[in-house]
Design a protein around this ligand. Sequence first.
Ligand code: SF4
Length: 333
Amino acid sequence: MLQRIRGARIAVIFQEPSLALHPMIRIGEQVKDVLAAHESSSRSAMRQKTLQLLGEVFPMDAGHIAESYPHQLSGGQQQRVLIAQAIACGPSLVVADEPTASLDPSTQQEILSLFRKLREKFRLSLILITHNPALLAGFADRVLVMYAGRAAEAGPVEKVLGSPQHPYTRALLQSMPSEIEGHVNQRKSKLAVIAGEAPNFEMLANGCRFEARCADRMELCTKREPAAVNLGESHAVSCFQVRRVNGLEPRQSGAASDCRQSREGYGRRAVRGTKREVMALQGVSFAIRPESTLALVGESGSGKSTLAFCLACLERPTSGRINLSGRRNNRAR
Ligand code: SF4
């Protein structure tokens, strides 16, 4: 059952292409193996389809790439191979986990343009996981900002990047290098940082998870977790200050969410080397339509990859629901 979903309906592109590819097997064979896991055809038909797929990501030299080994390719070329593997069986959803993290800025832009082209050609829904919001303008349609396993802010990319409402989103955008680039007299300015550290999942206190690092915190923030407030145009923010500024009563998490609820992911992860488990993800809800991109943004440990694992059926959520094309996809444990 999972075999029919993974790769065929949902594909995942993991970080570090050099680790994802087998160093001793030619590229063409590695792409063909993905096809062979899902369909049976003659050797020549498989080879033909492999070259066609590589042609989608290497229009000029698919044949040469097919005969190469991974170490003969650049990081950007290796990433293109992973993209060819991801689209091999015609999935409707592709989850890309930090696909540009190890690439230089111009190669990052090439990879994003390739995603854009393939998204339109194959009507893909794309979930892009990143800790770098600078990549998103002109690429993503919607953004979900995550902090410590919770959705902090979600909405159209121009709203979230242009007018961020959650203190964490604001701090994240202010810490981007682009904020000081181009200003000669600011070149020597220090990059803004978010003071403190992400909370330890094993020692979570009551209250908002960002409270210890938040410049806008109030007494209430230490006592309860804020529920999401919908500011219109599907822009939702989980923050008591935003509720206060908008004249709304404080409401704690646990009541019915103001956000649209089409997909939920609740993930529990084992603590490495122990039998203990922590709740890595909770209260995350979103929907994505064909030919669009949702960006998941947040620092390490915010739950982005756990969400990707739940979507790709690599991890079973403890509760919640994930639908693909209207059908239930990953069942809770
Ligand atoms: S709820 Fe309070 S602590 Fe949390 S982000 Fe808002 S103001 Fe800051």
